[in-house]
Ligand binder design. Structure first.
Ligand code: TYC
Length: 102
């Protein structure tokens, strides 16, 4: 018996089903109205980015049109998108983000 610690033998026929969840990118989109400071604060507070990382991502979105804020399981990605949109609307900004399969 290979496994002596528990006395139970691990049978190779039994597949352990640990299906990894699909992951989703949260992508932030550029617009002409949302302030840079607001975008940076969103990246820090919702996506746990450092101030330096947040500025880098914001500038990437500003110059190229879009940027990835993070990669998460679907429900978490969707919840973050909702949070971004509700905070942006409350502040009067059109800031938009979306998810896409990673
Ligand atoms: N383009 C905006 C400005 O010039 C800044 C901005 C950056 C807006 C990133 C949205 O996702 C965004 N004020």
């Amino acid at each position: 018996m290979a496994d002596t610690s528990s006395g139970t033998k691990t049978r190779s026929k039994e597949r352990v089903k640990t299906k990894k969840p699909k992951m989703y990118r949260v992508v932030l989109l550029n617009d002409d109205y949302t302030t840079m400071d607001f975008v940076v604060s969103i990246l820090e507070s919702i996506f746990q980015k450092s101030p330096a990382e947040a500025v880098q991502i914001m500038l990437k979105v500003h110059t190229s049109g879009r940027g990835v804020c993070g990669v998460y399981p679907r429900e978490i990605a969707e919840a973050k998108v909702e949070l971004v949109h509700s905070r942006a609307r409350a502040a009067g900004y059109p800031l938009a983000c979306q998810i896409e399969e990673a």
